[in-house]
Design a protein around this ligand. Structure first.
Ligand code: ATP
Ligand code: MG
Length: 456
């Protein structure tokens, strides 16, 4: 106890000395000098932004601050405690207890693209002049550990109306300069914290139409519905036509719905894309808001049947699906936003969609490949492997009822079998692979259906 007491005394003495010697600057006088008034007498205007828009907030405030050549950026010391208090409280305590002196600015490195980062001010006080008046803005990132799930700026300005004008311009710049624009993003959360933790940027996949085997015209129709409307935006608007659109891709698992989405992302480089799949569909209203701000945009809801069956928050029946439908409907008609839903359980979704018509204006079935498509898929996935046309024909026939992903795996299996024997794949390997896989498919189906082998 005694040595701890001694230690504390030392810390306090040191602190006082450094403050008095000017080595450590107290916060209040600095603010008073900048604002021309006692900061404690000025109301703090606080504005929250979602955590995933924090980089945009940093970009916007930096740009505004840089217009003032005399601007300063300061940090606030005082350790973790800072995170528990609002700017008003910090000022109060800084004045009374000489805590929270001027300190180092905190930065954090945040993604601004699949391969780029920005050092953003995660806790820092910007002092600059705005619209002719001095303002101080405390910028802070979300800090879930301290219960702050959103980012915020806290503005001090003695002049009436200045804080509101600054907030308005910040919001404008956050949209105009958004690092999210034109990116492929997914929103993520964690199971432990409510709300969105952050965004993940994705590389745009580069697939060519040749990489996808689908019935003739299917890819074009989907592409046209998403891109054509965007391309003729002005003309459609002028003719009073709506731009908002909803697409549904449905079909059995492994037929290429996700593959088609990936192709579209590459084919539409100007679109901002928000990808939501499975549990992250709960962020659909955030995604819709983002899409509207960053249009032209595409919101992809992958495997959205999962939502239809999700009764986790069951206040009523299927509230999450309801939210999805609301988001589809909630955007104004002239928003250049496309919603693309995929499902392999259209039977689950259909009733809900049928009850509220107008949400989906193009529904496209992605079917199981027919004989010709299977043959093409084999050729595609066996490019560069010396299989004979005869065995490809035969395997295509035998794989009747199987999916594109089955065929892809089939070729890989043949190559693997050959590799085990330390040689290149031959026709026999492909035949062996198809025998094995058809057999497995049979067994799985049987066990799923619960029928014993040989019948019961
Ligand atoms: N039509 C296709 N043409 C070429 N390759 C395909 C096609 N369909 C599927 N594949 C291959 O199979 C893989 C799995 O397909 P994909 O993920 O697109 O299926 P899906 O329809 O989205 O299934 P699920 O309903 O299970 O989500 C793809 O990554 C691709 O390599
Ligand atoms: Mg899929």
């Amino acid at each position: 106890m005694a040595s701890f007491q001694a230690f504390l005394n030392e810390v306090v003495a040191d602190h006082r000395e450094r403050t008095q010697s000017g080595e450590m600057r107290a916060l209040s006088p600095v603010l008073r000098e900048h604002l021309g008034a006692d900061p404690r007498g000025i109301a703090v205007v606080s504005e929250e932004v979602p955590a995933y828009r924090f980089v945009d907030l940093d970009v916007a405030l930096t740009e505004i601050q840089e217009r003032d050549e005399q601007a300063q950026l300061l940090g606030i010391g005082g350790g973790e405690q800072r995170n528990h208090h609002s700017l008003g409280e910090l000022l109060e305590m800084a004045g009374r207890f000489q805590r929270f002196p001027v300190g180092a600015v905190d930065y954090s490195s945040l993604a601004t693209g699949p391969q780029s980062k920005r050092e953003a001010v995660s806790f820092g006080l910007r002092l600059f002049s705005y619209a002719g008046s001095p303002v101080a803005v405390l910028q802070r990132a979300a800090a879930p550990r301290y219960g702050n799930s959103v980012a915020r700026m806290e503005i001090l300005s003695a002049a009436p109306g200045v804080a509101a004008a600054l907030i308005a311009e910040v919001h404008e710049l956050m949209v105009l300069r958004s690092v999210l624009r034109g990116q492929v993003l997914s929103l993520g959360g964690s199971d432990f914290e409510p709300g969105i933790e952050g965004i993940t940027f994705h590389q745009r996949p580069a697939l060519t139409p040749d990489d996808i085997v689908l019935p003739a015209g299917l890819l074009d129709r989907v592409h046209r519905h998403v891109a054509g409307v965007a391309r003729h935006r002005e003309r459609l608007r002028a003719a009073g036509q709506h731009l908002k659109r909803g697409l549904l891709l449905y079909g059995p698992p492994g037929t290429g719905k996700t593959h088609t989405v990936r192709y579209l992302l590459g084919a539409l480089p100007d679109l901002t894309v928000v990808l939501l799949s499975g549990p992250s569909i709960q962020f659909v209203s955030h995604a819709a808001r983002m899409a509207r701000a960053l249009q032209p945009a595409l919101v992809v809801l992958e495997d959205c049947d999962l939502v239809a069956e999700n009764r986790d928050f069951s206040a009523g029946a299927q509230p999450l699906l309801f939210e999805v439908l609301e988001a589809l409907d909630g955007l104004s008609d002239d928003a250049d936003v496309a919603f693309l839903l995929t499902t392999n359980r259209v039977d689950v979704l259909e009733p809900a969609l049928a009850q509220r018509p107008g949400r989906i204006d193009l529904a496209v079935e992605v079917p199981l490949p027919d004989q010709g498509a299977r043959r093409l898929l084999l050729a595609r996935y066996a490019r560069g492997i010396a299989f004979s046309p005869a065995v490809l024909d035969e395997v295509a026939t035998r794989a009747d009822g199987m999916t594109a992903s089955f065929i892809k795996e089939l070729v890989r299996r043949a190559v693997l079998i050959a590799a085990e024997a330390n040689r290149d794949a031959t026709d026999d390997d492909l035949t062996l692979a198809v025998n094995e896989m058809l057999d497995e498919a049979q067994n799985i189906t049987r066990s799923l259906l619960g029928t014993a082998v040989g019948g019961a």
